[in-house]
Design a binder for this molecule. Structure first.
Ligand SMILES: Nc1ncnc2c1ncn2[C@@H]1O[C@H](COP(=O)(O)OP(=O)(O)OP(=O)(O)O)[C@@H](O)[C@H]1O
Ligand SMILES: O=c1[nH]c(=O)c2[nH+]cn([C@@H]3O[C@H](COP(=O)(O)O)[C@@H](O)[C@H]3O)c2[nH]1
Ligand SMILES: NC(=O)CC[C@H](N)C(=O)O
Ligand SMILES: [Mg+2]
Length: 671
């Protein structure tokens, strides 16, 4: 029987590889091709159906990637996801518009189960991941609406043409029954049988290492995390041990006692590592962006930090190669690079249309140049984190290594929000927030409102977003039951919305009430970014209500005292997790230092000299999407309160905050 093939046309989605994974897990072979691929090429492959991915572009403006409309005349079933659905609707004569609000996160939608693609679902109401700013406005002729949420079209279908579109992302974990929808599309609609088995990925990795390295030496960069530990173990398995030179770099941004613990753990799994102490190299390093950058320890911006760190790793490797009498051209560099590292860096290795969300240190221009010269070995580049753990288990690595929380290569350097001045351009957002929260959103307020026209206009803006009576009732209920204040924090964070990078506003919610109402806070964390588009992060500020808008920041760079303060807070937080044995209940917990000094007397205008700490416990499988851990649901509330209390006692810490943001619209890290 010939291998069945699904072609995935990649419009630059963050989740293109996840579509690939889901289809292969459903025993169907895949080929990911650029959206621009000609229909004749697709036809030549003999594919049985097509999936068009999401993407960062807008179908209705000039920068959208080209595509060949002939793909719609191949007579094979097609499923369009998000951008893919918008493209289908527009191609068949419908319209797509950028709406007044965004949806980024998990939402409920009603799906028509009489439609063949939804017929295997257990119920019509489904929790799905939506992340878009454009929506179907006029549905194309010959298509029917088969899904709706908040007044928006979430699915369209032409049963005759066997062409379907979904605004949500069935490929990701945050769409609860997404895999069922894909299975129905593959088996029932496209008539596939599922004759593909996922090849033995360990054997494929071993083969790749042997073929590339031959008898040369390979410098394996090991961080102590699961990816590079699995990589090192594979190298030892594939090669003669004398060929393998494992290097762990202490870049000066490690957690407390990190490098010592890493060397001990690696030795236990048979990886003999050379420790390179390179803190000063990193602190004083620069790189060439458009101009020579500042030295790293003075750098403010996330992308600059990342690029300097990535390039410095490469310079260290080059030095270490020379130290053993080699040049980078007669040995190989091995990294535990994963798919998320590459897609978020918009590497052309994995997508021709993706937006750069953040440059991962192991995929900078310098790394790409070495890769282009064939000097970089990355056998895990098609893996996601959970798949690496499965392979690591097969290799017999201990659970504590496999389940170790990821720690990013740039380390604490991307967990200090550096700043010299406040970022405060968003007064309109503040007004919307006040309208939404401080005036206790409530229709009855409109009739009694003393604010008159302005208040009514803003309330209309909210009603343009919160369209269903059910949702308005929920908003009334939540804003009535927990009195909140909202301030715009004068800093920015990196997020991902509609497959695009965002670097924008953070909101701080607080309350005079003694106990945080987490259900209300998490509801607001989902609602606020829908109304205030350029808010990509929502936090809760422990302690007294914060009534005053902070207008300044504590000047912050990657100085020794800043790093040691963060290192101490990070250690306190993770020690509490360990003491309560809840480390494995969450996937990762970035602890972030922000340059904000709360609780200063506005009259005497005391200088901003303290900083605050954000706790970001996160739940995910593949780190492409995920949820903030909810206290009392994913993590005991008393553990969170204990972390906040213990960190608050660290000298120089003004407040402790809790990150309530899912991915999207936020990302796991703040930078
Ligand atoms: N301190 C370090 N020393 C040597 N190599 C490193 C270091 N930090 C990162 N790397 C390299 O960069 C790659 C990506 O870094 P990353 O922080 O993701 O670590 P990891 O090994 O992938 O594990 P994890 O993601 O679970 O922390 C690693 O696989 C490793 O090859
Ligand atoms: O090796 C790395 N180099 C990097 O530059 C980097 N940036 C983020 N991360 C880790 O990647 C995962 C996803 O993080 P984000 O949701 O913030 O993109 C999370 O596990 C992050 O900790 C990095 N790992
Ligand atoms: N996730 C996506 O495919 C987003 C599609 C488009 N960029 C939008 O924002 O609507
Ligand atoms: Mg990694």
């Amino acid at each position: 029987m010939s291998t069945e093939v699904v072609v995935i046309l990649d419009a630059g989605s963050q989740y293109g590889k996840i579509i690939d994974r889901r289809v292969r897990e459903l025993n169907v072979f895949t080929q990911i091709l650029p959206l621009q691929t000609c229909a004749s090429v697709v036809k030549e492959i003999g594919c049985h159906c097509i999936i068009i991915s999401g993407g960062p572009s807008s179908v209705h403006n000039g920068e959208a990637p080209d595509f060949d409309p002939e793909i719609f005349n191949l007579g094979i079933p097609i499923l369009g996801i998000c951008y893919g659905m918008q493209l289908i609707n527009q191609t068949f004569g419908g319209t797509v518009e950028t709406k007044v609000f965004r949806e980024d996160g998990m939402f409920e939608t009603e799906l028509d189960r009489s439609c063949p693609i939804f017929k295997d679902l257990n119920q019509s109401r489904q929790s799905v991941l939506l992340t878009h700013g454009d929506s179907v406005h006029q549905v194309a002729k010959d298509f029917s609406i088969v899904g709706k949420s908040n007044g928006l079209v979430t699915a369209i279908a032409s049963n005759d043409k066997k062409i379907y579109g979904v605004q949500f992302h069935p490929e990701v974990d945050l769409t609860i029954n997404g895999k069922q929808i894909l299975k129905t599309f593959l088996y029932n609609i496209s008539g596939l049988k599922g004759n593909y088995t996922v090849t033995n990925r360990e054997a494929a990795c071993i083969h790749k290492i042997k073929t590339m390295v031959g008898k040369s030496k390979v410098l394996v960069l090991v961080s102590g995390g699961v990816d590079s530990t699995v990589l090192a173990t594979l190298c030892y398995k594939a090669l003669d041990p004398s060929q393998v030179v494992a290097i762990h770099v202490d870049n000066g941004f490690m957690r407390k006692n990190e490098s010592q613990e890493v060397l001990k753990a690696l030795k236990l799994v048979g990886v003999d590592v050379k420790l390179v102490c390179a803190a000063n190299n990193f602190y004083n390093s620069t790189t060439t962006l458009h101009v020579i950058s500042r030295v790293l320890s003075q750098t403010l911006f996330p992308e600059e930090k990342r690029k300097i760190i990535g390039d410095t790793f490469m310079k260290i490797v080059d030095y270490e190669a020379h130290a053993i009498g080699l040049t980078i051209d007669d040995c190989f560099l091995a990294q535990g690079t994963l798919r998320p590292d590459l897609i978020e860096s918009a590497s052309k290795l994995v997508s021709s249309n993706a937006d750069a969300i953040k440059t991962h240190h192991n995929d900078t221009e310098l790394v790409r140049a070495l890769r282009a010269r064939g000097r970089v070995l990355e056998p895990l580049q098609d893996f996601h984190k959970d798949e690496v753990r499965i392979l690591g288990r097969q290799l017999g690595l201990p659970e504590n290594t496999l389940m170790r929380h990821p720690f990013p290569g740039p380390g604490l350097a991307i967990r200090v929000i550096c700043a010299e001045e406040a970022f405060l351009l968003g007064y309109l957002i503040v007004i919307k927030l006040k309208n939404l929260i401080i005036y206790r959103y409530n229709n009855s307020m409109v009739s009694k409102s003393k604010s008159g026209h302005r208040f009514t206009v803003l309330l209309q803006k909210i009603h343009a977003v919160i369209t269903s009576e059910e949702e308005r009732e929920m908003l009334r209920k939540y804003t009535d039951r927990f009195q909140m204040k909202a301030v715009l924090l004068p800093i920015k964070s990196v997020g991902v919305q509609g497959d695009c990078r965002t670097y924008s506003y953070v909101v701080g919610l607080s309350s005079a009430e003694a106990k945080p109402d987490w259900e209300t806070l998490f509801f607001m964390a989902k609602t606020i970014p829908r109304i205030c588009h350029n808010v990509n992060r929502i936090t809760y500020i422990f302690g007294e209500a914060v009534n005053d808008q902070i207008q300044d920041v504590t000047p912050t760079i990657l100085s020794f005292n800043v790093l040691s303060t963060l290192r101490q807070c990070d250690n306190i937080a993770h020690s509490v997790l360990a003491q309560h044995n809840v480390v494995n209940k969450i996937s990762q917990m970035p602890v972030v230092l922000i340059p904000l000094h709360f609780d200063r007397d506005t009259l005497c205008r005391g200088p901003s000299c303290q900083r605050s700490v954000v706790l970001r416990p996160f739940i995910t499988n593949d780190f492409m999407t995920g949820l903030a851990a909810q206290p009392g649901k994913h993590i005991p509330e008393e553990v969170v309160l204990e972390m906040a209390k213990n960190i608050k006692s660290v000298p120089g810490i003004s407040r402790v905050l809790y990150d309530l943001t899912s991915k999207p619209p936020g990302t796991t890290e703040w930078e």
